[in-house]
Design a binder for this molecule. Sequence first.
Ligand code: HEC
Length: 116
Amino acid sequence: MKSRSTRRNAVAVRLAIGAAAAAMSVGAAGAQTARPDPANGEALARRWCATCHVVSADQKSAASDAPTFASIGRSGEITAEGLALFLLSPHPNMPDMALTRKEVADLVAYIRSQGK
Ligand code: HEC
């Protein structure tokens, strides 16, 4: 059986790899999060954001004039940190979604993929 410290080192290495990947895709905010998962981001977007935002190419309309995720993604300005801060102070009528950092990173990865 592996010693405790060996296991902890393995975890640290995996986190470091994930952080590097996250840093490349969403900016430095990935430092403490696992690798973002855009597929989970899409599921979250469809559940939490699609009432107001057009979140995917196959969605025709939404209930508000909120910017589409494609346009947000194209702007290239969205980062996990920015979105996390933005969602901490909910925009008008937006429910308090209490997303985790990982979920925010997943959403950002998904939103960015929509901008391509
Ligand atoms: C109840 C409606 C509603 C829901 C639900 C909603 N939004 Fe929004 N969102 C808006 C509106 C309206 C705006 C534009 C006005 C504003 O910025 O306050 C906006 C703006 C934004 C912006 C800023 C875009 C920019 O370029 O300024 C981001 C990012 C965003 N929403 C992300 C999300 C995410 C992610 C979710 C789901 C987790 C979500 N929103 C859910 C209504 C909503």
